[in-house]
Design a protein around this ligand. Sequence first.
Ligand SMILES: C[S@@+](CC[C@H](N)C(=O)[O-])C[C@H]1O[C@@H](n2cnc3c(N)ncnc32)[C@H](O)[C@@H]1O
Ligand code: SF4
Length: 454
Amino acid sequence: MNAPFIPTPSLIDVARRMVPRYTSYPTAPHFSPAVTAETYGGWLEKVRDRGEAISLYLHVPFCRTICNYCGCTTKAALRDDPVRAYAASIHDEIALFAERLGPVEVSHIHWGGGTPNILPPDCFEALVRDLGNRFRFRPDMEHAIELDPRHVTAEGARRLADLGINRASLGVQTLDAAVQKAIARIQPLPVVEASFAHLRNAGITAINADLMYGLPLQTLDTIRDTAERVLALEPSRFAIFGYAHVPWMKAHQRLIDEAALPDAVERIRQAALAREILERGGYVEIGIDHFALPDDALTLAQDERRLHRNFQGYTDDAATTLIGIGASSISRTPWGFAQNAPDNHGWRRAIESGRLPTVRGKAYEGDDLLRAAVIEDLLCAFEVDLAEVAARHGASVDGFEDDVRRLAPLVNAGWVEVRGSRVAIRRHRHEIARVVAAEFDAYLGRGGRHSTAV
Ligand SMILES: C[S@@+](CC[C@H](N)C(=O)[O-])C[C@H]1O[C@@H](n2cnc3c(N)ncnc32)[C@H](O)[C@@H]1O
Ligand code: SF4
């Protein structure tokens, strides 16, 4: 009998595949209203009984202006009033879940957005103190915040440090003037340099820089120039995000001229160039889109197979429970995911009536946790031992037969290696990790529209 014909895919076709980013599994399009405030409340009580440390994510969905490329859940607030009103509701939400959790230990806090540094200083301080009064901050707790460099001042950085902030992520994206104009985010190099200096002077030395590729008018030259200039600022970590163009979800992205967007081939080249420059600069590739210095905690976690993927990207935080606070935030517990009302009004209404603001989620069922572990291994280590993961979950490796068979074209192309029960993505093709992970996603094709793989 003839061997079956296995096509060899082109890299462009694979890079163009629309697949999830797998910051959770199952992914958000498969959440449903079956998970209610009562379900989530029950999970919180079980978390309290386990007595393990938890992590907190606080979402601040406001920015002074909206950048054309932005894919985050945020809106423009020119005045402080809506931000203050939002902070007041956050206190009420904290009270609601603290009541169910009790004074558990906290290992990690992350403020994201939007632009968390839009919170007036007194509001931010009151929120940190509220959390500190209700929970036990671990002495080595990581307290991280996403900052817009255009709004980082010397005074603001000092206040953040005084409140225990010990890591900051700065959105740099690009330093090219023409690209900045095309994305409506004017942020020249001196602004970025000043934000690094203010943070360091205040004692916040763990600084991450976010860069992007695939933006309108971006070229290999502008990518090189930006990467080299930011390398000179010596951040501890980089995140390199490919611009996710999803105008069907984010209407303001229609302001981006699609004709000025780099095509799939160019995106692959830009991602490869950024990676090459950062690796030459001494940074180690962490998962699909992060880079860190060799002695960074994330690099050590990767070396010791303790790296995890969560909604913020990659982390060395081992907490199994992450409480999402604020409109649209997603919480992860050992029993499943729960998401808050996505709009500020619905979220506030629930809190004002004394209810947890959960509107949907996903309770783990069937082989969800098994597949989540396979996908996390692929995205964190670029390899997985299916038999080992199956054994850990009391399952049989035979359940992956179809998934492994679907990998054949990628194996044929020489990008993925399958040896026994071990699946590994070859080093020169790490960029297709999301596509490999997608072959193990039992929900794919059942709804949800995603961005391109590269
Ligand atoms: C929520 S933003 C927070 C940072 C802060 N608001 C700022 O812009 O400086 C986090 C990061 O997400 C990335 N990002 C935003 N929109 C994106 C998109 N459409 N595609 C890919 N990455 C995106 C940017 O690199 C940004 O720095
Ligand atoms: S990229 Fe940052 S500053 Fe720009 S709109 Fe998005 S969250 Fe706001």
